[in-house]
Write a protein that binds this ligand. Sequence first.
Ligand code: HEC
Ligand SMILES: [Cu+2]
Length: 405
Amino acid sequence: MTGCITTTLQNVVMDAPGYCVDTSLFMISEISAQLGQSFWMPTQASTFARYVDYVFYFILGIVSFFFILITVLMVVFAIRYRRRTGMNSLPSVSHNLKLELAWTLIPTLLVVIIFLLGFKGFIDITTPPANVYPITVIAQKWSWAFQYPNGYVDSQLHVPVNRPIQLTLTSRDVIHSFFVPAFRLKRDVVPGRYHRAWFEATEINDVDGFDILCSEYCGTGHSQMRSKVFVHDPTAFARWLDTAARWETRMSPVQRGQEIYEQRGCKQCHSIDGTKNTGPTFKNAWDDIVEGKTTFADGKKLSSFLGPKFTPEDYVRESVYQPQAKIVAGFTPAMPSFEGQLRDNDIPAIVAFLQSLSDKYKSQSQMAISNKPAASQVASTQSEPAQPALTQPAPIHPTSQGDKK
Ligand code: HEC
Ligand SMILES: [Cu+2]
């Protein structure tokens, strides 16, 4: 701001960082853009945040000026030229060339300036520089998934600081909108299309993170469709990605299942405490599945499907990949398909997680562990330590037990 020299409009528009113009309005917008962030705007944490605020305050300045001018004149004129007894009104002026030119040209000029400022910002925001770091964003009701170049998927966004990031955004169901207020970044996410957006974060924030919101009403869970973006210094980012990508190998199947549940959006629709949400609760769901008790919207029971060719695990896999194939009674076909997002080795983890939430299953497998069968029998069952041992009393669901092997 200091050392401001008069610049032509062209400089203002073409060379944004140095915008310094002798017009007080430009100055006010610039000062507001700097003050505003601590007052009512979120932090300015990306390269174009300040410019966006600047244009905003510029327009706000113009409209405020004219709002006050018009309101004050209206009140003054209404009082000054009010109707008084004994005074006749003069005939109205029908034409005034100077006045008409002024009220046409000044607004036109202002609108052109606003257009040029906005257009410059638009070009900047839509043209990524070279050397971008690509991340794919997949939106679905009601969560975000961020996929890194090494294939790792996370429900939160992690980026290195001072490095342009290019997002390729797509949706699996309805229109969502990816919004990071601190970056002044917003882009619609449309099913069947791949939209692009880019940003460069300028401030490290690896503890609290900046908010990610969905700004397109997308159904009942819309307000919970939130996430965070964490900005790391480049080495910390590389370290994070490296360890994160190996998370699967460090976890037990139950932990992995829980991670999937929390990170991939299952949580938005499935509770684990028995409450009915958009989808059925996961509490004791495995017991019902294994016993075939789950009833579908068409009146059929899961038991009529279970058999050697369709195990409870197959049912879980089908529920995740083709959720519409069988609709659980009392629910709508609201679940999006996770085909292509979760892999086949995620299914056992989901199953293990469901098992860990099912009382009957847990008590049975505990019995199996406490009454260890003889060593000779252990050999045959060891590959499935969580299964009730063969020596236990008849299992409750003969079908699925028989299918196991
Ligand atoms: C948008 C909400 C939504 C999300 C997100 C969602 N589900 Fe579902 N899910 C449902 C609904 C609704 C049903 C019941 C209708 C049906 O069977 O498709 C269901 C059914 C299921 C079933 C069958 C349950 C039973 O009792 O028979 C399983 C298993 C399942 N979901 C697993 C998952 C997993 C795993 C995830 C995350 C990777 C997930 N769901 C994400 C809504 C959702
Ligand atoms: Cu949304």
